[in-house]
Design a binder for this molecule. Structure first.
Ligand code: ACO
Length: 328
């Protein structure tokens, strides 16, 4: 059995044009720009148009990643889309992306791990490449969260945005690529962050339509606490597996939920904030897309150099969490 390394050979991202500012949210719910910035760090987020679906956003990010890598759609063996806002329950969003980008040979499926989905998908892809079963895999995190936000709930509607990010994986001789990944889940916390209805357990019916069961419910304080603990644990585990110290990391790309969560992690890792890529002030929390969009930003702005070590850490509903240590 082969054990080939898997490297990220191209990245791409796409965010919709429409910007929703904190000032505009002040007109929707009882909130303020000052509250949102001081509690979360978010200034604005992007909102997809009525005709744009998650697979449209994903396809744009995928095309950009292919272009960045210099790879054609026909060369793609597999497409994995991480999302909590699929176009439909089925077919998978990945199948829609396949048609939109013309990746005729690809095997396509989705992964459901909320905000951790992109790293879960990255690890699945890494294993397919390590085994030699597939050579070229598109991993995409894409969300149209604006369709599952309760726009009358100030506790959640200020936090989320739409967007997509993609990474193309291949074996690159001479690079260790994704060195270590740690993934964790704990279903006993399922109730602190969820969309309780709209699926088989609690279908939305004419009688319960007013309850908006198909929108995000969150216990913010508990989520915050769990996020810090889980992301620190995942980060420490992959560093330990590699025999590295946090100070050796060139860049950390954490889930973009709340700048205070990232500051708490920076403090505990004894690292300066400028080592962390933070773009949530512009995009809010885009769930599975967040780290993928930030990774593309880091790549395109030249923040990472060949041989640098970068750490991706994520956290989301489930609960789920993950960390990946990558040699760029
Ligand atoms: N504007 C004004 N006031 C608000 C708003 C708002 N948008 N939202 C809540 N408040 C009020 C609350 O009602 C509360 O008022 P009360 O004391 O009268 O009840 C007060 O502000 C304080 O609320 P707290 O919950 O103490 O605020 P906190 O400092 O914890 O910040 C926040 C809340 C931003 C949600 C924070 O807890 C957080 O970021 N948690 C993590 C969220 C997260 O990461 N979620 C995504 C996970 S990823 C995924 O899988 C989708």
């Amino acid at each position: 059995m082969s054990n080939l390394s898997a490297s990220i050979v191209g990245t791409g991202s796409y965010v919709p044009e429409t910007i929703l500012t904190n000032a505009e949210l002040e007109r929707l719910v009882e909130t303020s720009d000052e509250w949102i910035i001081s509690r979360t760090g978010i200034r604005e987020r992007r909102i997809a148009s009525a005709t744009q679906s998650t697979s449209d956003l994903a396809a744009e990010a995928a095309k950009a990643a292919l272009q960045n890598a210099g790879v054609t759609p026909e060369e793609v063996d597999m497409i994995i889309v991480a999302t909590v806002t699929p176009d439909m329950f089925f077919p998978s969003t990945a199948c829609f992306v396949q048609t939109k980008i013309g990746a005729k040979r690809a095997v396509c499926f989705d992964v459901s791990a909320a905000c951790s989905g992109f790293l879960y998908a990255l690890e699945i892809a890494r294993q397919f490449i390590a085994s030699g079963a597939q050579k070229t895999i598109l991993v995409i995190g894409a969300e149209k969260l604006s369709t599952i936000v309760n726009w009358t709930d100030r506790n959640t509607c200020v936090l989320f945005g739409d967007g997509a990010g993609a990474a193309l994986l291949q074996h690159r001789p001479g690079s260790r690529g994704i060195r270590h990944t740690h993934m964790g889940s704990d279903g006993k916390f399922a109730d602190i962050l969820q969309i309780p209805g709209g699926a088989c357990l609690n279908p939305v019916t004419a009688e319960n339509a007013g309850e908006r069961l198909n929108t995000i419910r969150m216990n913010g304080k508990e989520t915050y606490k769990q996020a810090v603990t889980a992301m620190l644990d995942a980060g420490n585990r992959v560093l330990e597996a590699a025999g590295m110290n946090a100070s050796e990391l060139a860049c950390i790309i954490p889930h973009q939920a709340n700048v205070r969560i990232i500051e708490a992690i920076a403090e505990r890792m004894k690292l300066p904030m400028d080592r962390f890529l933070v773009n949530l002030e512009r995009f809010g929390n885009t769930s599975a897309a967040a780290v993928a969009i930030a990774l593309d930003e880091a790549n395109r702005t030249g923040r990472m150099h060949r041989g640098d070590h970068i750490l991706l850490v994520v956290f989301g509903g489930g609960l789920t969490w993950a960390g990946s240590l990558i040699e760029w």
